[in-house]
Every structure is written in structure tokens, then in C-alpha cells.
Design a protein around this ligand. Sequence first.
Ligand code: PLP
Length: 422
Amino acid sequence: NPALTQFGVQMSNLTGVRAIMKDIVETLRAHTGQQLINLSAGNPLILPEVEQLWRDCTAQLLASPEYGEVVCRYGPSQGYVPLIEAIVEDFNRRYKLNLTERNILISPGSQTLYFYAANSFGGYTTSGELKQIVLPLSPDYTGYGGVCLVPEALIAYKPALDIDAAAHKFKYRPDFSKVSITEKTGCVIFSRPCNPTGNVLSDDEVKKIAALAAPYDVPVFVDSAYAPPFPAMNFTEMTPIFGNNILHCMSLSKAGLPGERIGIAIGDERVIQVLEGFQTNACIHASRYGQAIAARAINSGALADISVQVIRPFYQNKFTVLENTLNEAMPNDLPWFLHRGEGAIFAWLWLQDLPVTDWELYQELKQVGVIVVPGSTFFPGLEEEWEHKHQCVRISLTGSDDEIATGMQRLAKVVQQVYQRA
Ligand code: PLP
């Protein structure tokens, strides 16, 4: 093999979920014939109304003189102008903002935004100082572990736990007695709603984090891949928060366009310009076809409408199926806790004092034909040992109602056996 640089080693490693995906793919391949319930996926389902929306926008684009301009041309790195205008117009109207086109960057998927951000603001400065990428509430999106060229820059903080023992429910909260944002901080990133937990940080918690970062001019990237106005996969009230040092970062991946790779950052034009420069160097710009159909879906209002009327209730109902099944099937005397389902496309189950590791539990669940994701992959940047990291699993809400119910019944049995054996 050719010799690799530090960055080469770092970037050729598979981190987090991607590392266990290999095991899942092999399991699925080996089990042809036997019915497996795969609740590991992060890929949203294809909902007919959503597919139709993108089909209609594509048909309109094909019939329009714009087509050649879109598909046969390079464009500005900042993004396709009609999409930028559509976002400015939509967000100014919807949230009473004063955005201009200078506040917007379109990227090829939102993951790239975090890559640009993590490496523009985190890592070593020209004077050799290490700037940290702070994840204020661990667990969080596993992809953050993969976007840092300088892994020692990533610092995550253990959460506080809000536990409702009688109801077998819990919720993570940022532990403000621990979270440290100082002149050593380069940027802050968190997802809201959160992948993997379905948590939604409160408006006050977001404002508090932004206020801690403001004195140091530290940008706060709010990963809004599941947030309103699209895909609006929040099951609890939440207000997107804009302004000052907050960058509201969106994705069209969960709104039916994962393959087109469209991410959107909204915020301070000084930060937007840094990210745009990074993007120009890295990849020139996002797919113009994807941007052109997105502009249509946003301008007509159809994307926001379908998000609220179709996408949100679809996944909220899946969570209810999962929650009801666990309430019925899980023994009341075991210390199991389901994270409050406030959004996104996952459920997060914490099994306190679990006698085996999350990885061993994952293996046992495979034996009964159920695939979930071991939780320990979702603590990027949290180096300290903490038993909780090995007591959780992520369950995807992308199965059918039947699969989710059957999967949770089997899980309840396995969990019971595991505790009894100990
Ligand atoms: N952020 C979160 C919280 C996600 O769950 C995902 C994808 O699963 C991403 C970012 C990346 O999405 P994109 O397809 O926009 O790169």
C-alpha cells in the first residue's frame, strides 16, 4: 500500500456506524431465506407522496428551458441562485428574518458542511494552538467522529439524565456544569432533533449554548437534518433558532433527496464565506439538478406541506408502535428506559446495568433475527469510560409496523433472558 499521511489514515478509517455496517451487510447476506428484521437503517423510507413531489418537480424542470442551464453548466460555489433565493424568501416569510443571499450556502449534503466547519474552526491554528470541536451533548451523530482531520480536536460532554423511572422513560440534557466553551473552542456542533436519540434540545438550551459561545465569537452549528420546516420530523414543539453565532444547517436527505446530496447552511455571512471557500477547493459545488428541483419544491410550499402532513405523522406513528410494544412486552421490574421520542427516525433504548455489552446484545438479537445498532458507536469525542455507553441500542423507525412490533417483542424476550442469566 502507498504510505499514508496522518490525514490519509484518519480519513480512510471507517468510524462509528459505518464500521458496523459491514457486519450488518454480511449478516443480511448470510441470512438469505430466513426473515430478518432490519432495524438498523438510517436511510429514510420512500414515501409515495414524497417520491411524487420530486417526480413532479423533475417533470417541470425537464419541460422548462432552464433544464440545459441547470444540467449542462457549472455554477457558483455558493449554490444555484434560484434555490438560494427560494430559501431567503421562504425563511424570511416563515420566521420573520432579514436574511440576504449572503447568509446561505448550498453544499453536497449536510455532512460536508460539518466537514468544512470541523476543519475550518477545529484543529491547529497557524500559531499551533489546538482549537476544539465541542459536542455539548453526547451521544450524538456518529458522523461527527468522521469529519475531523485532527481527531484530538473533538471533545464531547457527558449528558445529565432526566429519568422517569415509573414510566421507563428518560431524556438527556446538556450538563451545563460540565460543558466548557472557552477561547480554546473552535466551534460547537449538535443535532436537533438528535440522531441517534430522538432528543430535541429545548429552545432555552440552544440559546444558552449559543450564549456561552458568543463571547469567544465561536460559531454554533445546529444540525437540523430532521428539523422544521423540512423534513419537520419533530414530534414535539420546537422553534428553529437563527442569528448571531448560530448556523442553522439543513439537509434534504430526510425529505426524500438523499441521493441528490443537498445541504443548506444559514447564518453569519463571515462564516458562510469561510465554508464556501472550503467548498470551492474541495468539490466546486453541489448537484445543480438537485438544487433546481429543490427550488421548485420550496417555492411552491409543497415541501414544507408534505413534511408536516406526510413525513412527520408517518414516523411519529412508528415511534408510537414501538413505544406501545415495549410498554407491553418489557418486564416492569427491569431497569429499561426508552428515550423520549421527540423527533428523527430512531428510538434509543437504555438498559441500565445490562449484564452484557451493547455489542454482545446486538449479537444475541441477530440470533433471533433482529438487527439494531449497538449504542457505543454514537459517542464520538467522549473518551472517558462510562458504563452507560455500553448499555444502549438505536432502533430505526424505518421498518413496517409489523416488523417494529415483532422486533420489539423479540428484543424484550432476549433482554429478559440476558438479565436473568446474570
Ligand atoms: N446529520 C445528521 C444528524 C444525520 O442523521 C445525517 C444523516 O443521517 C446527516 C447529518 C448527514 O446527512 P446528509 O445526507 O445531508 O449529508
